[in-house]
Design a protein around this ligand. Structure first.
Ligand code: NI
Length: 229
């Protein structure tokens, strides 16, 4: 199931991102320039030029938000984050058909390869500013439709077929990125996340107990067994 990260961006970060991306001179380019062989057939959107000043400012803004989010850290256990990119759907370039992302991607910004264990979309348009534009993530339970408030983000396994439905009114802007996790397996990562969340709830309900300490030890011993740093 996709994980909803509420208020990933603060109100002022969101306002700054929107000002840069909605500026009349924002350097949008054809999204197909950065798509692989399969995706290029179905990709119809725009992407912000990576070498622009606004892209550099926006990358740092989104990276800072990702790095301070405790829920994202627990769920993703990030080892590397592919530099955040920015896209725009509207007018004739208004959808991205069903596709899979490449398993390993080369980041122009950092010069490193990143394995795409997890995908993340940060919504930057308010839901009432556009019709359509849902992110559809296909998983074992069928397609999951995602359309979130501006400033919120969704995290889902990079292994999934996904698509963005046509935007039929207005404009949808977003940031998207991939995360290479210290724990490669979705299943192991999910177990660790469940355990971490249960321990958090346990500690909120009652003060530290000997059992909570032992279970925290089990969490860290599993992480030590499965993590690559
Ligand atoms: Ni994709």
């Amino acid at each position: 199931m996709p994980l909803h990260l509420k208020n990933l961006l603060t109100a002022s970060e969101l306002a700054q991102a929107r000002t840069l991306l909605l500026a009349a001179d924002a350097p949008w380019t054809d999204g197909r320039r950065s798509a692989g062989d399969q995706a290029v057939q179905v990709k119809h959107n725009q992407q912000l030029a990576q070498d622009s000043d606004s892209a550099a400012t926006l990358r740092a803004l989104v990276l800072g938000a990702l790095q301070r989010d405790a829920l994202l850290f627990s769920a993703a256990l990030p080892r590397k984050i592919f530099n955040p990119l920015f896209n725009r759907y509207g007018g004739d370039a208004n959808h991205y058909g069903a596709h899979v992302d490449g398993a390993v991607l080369h980041s122009r910004a950092t010069g490193e390869w990143v394995r795409t264990d997890l995908s993340c979309t940060v919504f930057l348009s308010h839901p009432d500013e556009y019709d359509g534009g849902e992110l559809l993530v296909h998983d074992h339970c069928g397609p999951q439709r995602v359309k979130l408030p501006a400033g919120d983000a969704v995290l889902y396994p990079g292994t999934r077929v996904h698509e963005v439905l046509p935007v039929t009114r207005g404009v949808r802007i977003a940031s998207f990125l991939w995360i290479e996790s210290m724990v490669r397996s979705d299943e192991q990562r999910r177990l660790l996340f469940d355990m971490d969340m249960a321990l958090l709830a346990l500690r909120q309900r009652e003060s530290e107990s000997a059992e909570a300490t032992r279970l925290t030890g089990v969490y860290h011993n599993l992480l030590r067994m499965w993590a690559n740093t």
